[in-house]
Write a protein that binds this ligand. Structure first.
Ligand code: FCB
Length: 474
């Protein structure tokens, strides 16, 4: 267990060498969708399909970080961050997802990496943050096994071309969301509602991860890991029916275990619903050994928990939703007394503590990074030209406190990346939801660091959580 020191004024200190960062993703910030030979991705196709994204927003321009990356790196430096997590746009580097590289795409990332290096900021690079080349989608996307080989090739060429400047590689971002939202319920690109394609996608993403790990290692990559969205599952009420505990196990297997199990232990979890499990015919001999290749770290994205209570899925009450475990007598529930963000997501810092401690129990000693955590807020520029995002400051404060407590309770947490550096294209919600610690005026591309950026910079500078003033709005 790591002892957390308390400084003189009582602030909670993080361990020495703790990595502080901010995260973004290519399609959400780069813009320049048609520039320098970039091919189309599934998110270009999806966002340009009427009715798919709020307000018809697309990532065509986004934060224009493709042209403004120097300004964005300067922002990271001004916050004192030690690492930047960003993703590579696969179709910028391989426009059709296979074959020869587009040198101008690679040049962009090399320039970005050089700029980061010049400021002493270590690069944490995600290979796949959802923008699959459209040509691969036309051949089945992740539902097709061939995409796993294409992904391994992409990993190899990215590591060869850029690896000397990359501190750590993340193969995939949130495969659970790709399978569920992209292939099962159609809220995300490619917009499929196809249960068979979704369960095949789960297995192929995991296999693609394993093959990419091999490719990255062969190219001499330093640190290699994967980022999973993890959701603590809790049961409300003491005297619930036995189904509730089973509901917890099944829900946990459906959202967490389906990915954690194969990656950490080389097996799909026993409680996973049959409908989500990839059919045995898709799992070739040796696949699970490839998938469970040892990792240097696990990336954890945490936003909110899943709470269950006894209820009737056929007769839902206020704040109840059908449970994804689909057991009779069990519903998911959003308690009235827990705050929600403008995304409708519950605010529950205790959930971050829970998930970090639980994962460290499952994988003792494996370094964890929180690779995303943050919240949407209704930010605006006030008459003084400032963005005073008190909700986000409070959110970050309470979640960082939970992270610090998790370290104290045995979690091997080695770093934290706030989501996000910039307001950006929030997938199906377009530009309506702002997650940045830096405000972006999308009309002028002006960046305005919010109050949360100043708060975060203080945490980073002190390597500790300062106490909030007593009069801070609660
Ligand atoms: C995560 C995504 C990230 C961002 C946040 C709010 O699921 O990885 O790109 O959209 O949610």
């Amino acid at each position: 267990m790591t002892e957390l020191a308390a400084s003189d004024d009582g602030a909670l200190c993080f361990p020495e060498g703790f990595i502080w960062g901010a995260a973004t993703a290519a399609y959400q910030i780069e813009g320049a969708a048609g520039a320098d030979g970039r091919g189309p991705s599934v998110w270009d196709t999806f966002s340009h399909t009427p009715g798919k994204v709020r307000g018809g927003d697309t990532g065509d321009i986004a934060c224009d970080s493709y042209h403004r990356y120097r300004e964005d790196v300067a922002l990271l430096a001004s916050l004192g961050l030690s690492s930047y997590r960003f993703s590579l746009s696969w179709p910028r580097i391989q426009p059709g997802g296979r074959g020869a590289v587009n040198q101008r795409g690679l040049d962009y990332y090399r320039a970005l990496l050089d700029e980061l290096g010049g400021h002493g900021i270590a690069a944490t690079v995600t290979l796949f943050h959802w923008d699959l080349p459209q040509e691969l989608q036309d051949e089945g996307g992740w539902a097709a096994r061939d995409t796993t080989e294409r992904f391994a090739e992409f990993a190899a060429l990215a590591a060869e071309a850029l690896g000397d400047r990359v501190a750590r590689w993340i193969t995939l971002n949130e495969p659970q969301v790709v399978s569920t939202n992209g292939y099962r319920n159609g809220d995300h690109a490619p917009g499929l509602r196809d249960a068979a394609a979704a369960s095949a996608t789960t297995h192929h993403l995991l296999l693609g991860h394993g093959l990419a790990v091999q490719a990255l290692r062969a190219a001499g990559a330093a640190e290699v890991g994967i980022t999973l969205d993890l959701h603590p599952v809790r049961v409300l009420g003491d005297n619930g029916p036995a189904e509730l505990e089973l509901g917890r196990l099944v829900t946990d297997a459906a959202v967490n275990g389906l990915y954690l199990g194969p990656v950490l232990h080389g097996r799909y979890p026993e409680h996973a619903p049959q409908a989500l499990l990839p059919p045995a015919a898709l799992i070739a001999d040796g696949d699970l050994d490839v998938i469970r290749a040892p990792l240097d770290f696990l990336g954890v994205n945490y936003y909110s928990p899943i709470l269950l209570r006894a209820g009737d899925p056929a007769d839902l009450r206020r704040n109840e939703n059908p449970a994804r475990c689909q057991l009779p007598g069990v519903v998911e529930y959003l308690p009235e007394d827990l705050e929600r963000t403008p995304m409708g997501w519950l605010v529950d810092p205790g959930g971050l503590h829970q998930i970090l401690v639980e994962v460290s129990r499952q994988a003792p000693g494996l370094p964890l990074y929180v690779t995303e955590n943050g919240c949407a807020a209704e930010d605006y520029v006030n008459p003084d030209g400032e963005v005073n995002d008190v909700e986000r400051v409070r959110y970050l404060h309470t979640h960082l406190e939970a992270a610090a407590r998790a370290i104290k309770d045995g979690a091997s947490l080695a770093g934290y990346f706030v989501w996000s550096l910039l307001d950006n294209f929030e997938w199906g919600w377009g530009y309506q939801k702002r997650f940045g610690i830096v405000f972006v005026d999308f009309g002028t591309q002006r960046r305005i660091p919010k109050a949360s950026a100043a708060f975060y910079a203080n945490v980073v500078r002190a390597n500790a959580i300062p106490l909030l003033p007593a009069n801070w709005p609660r």
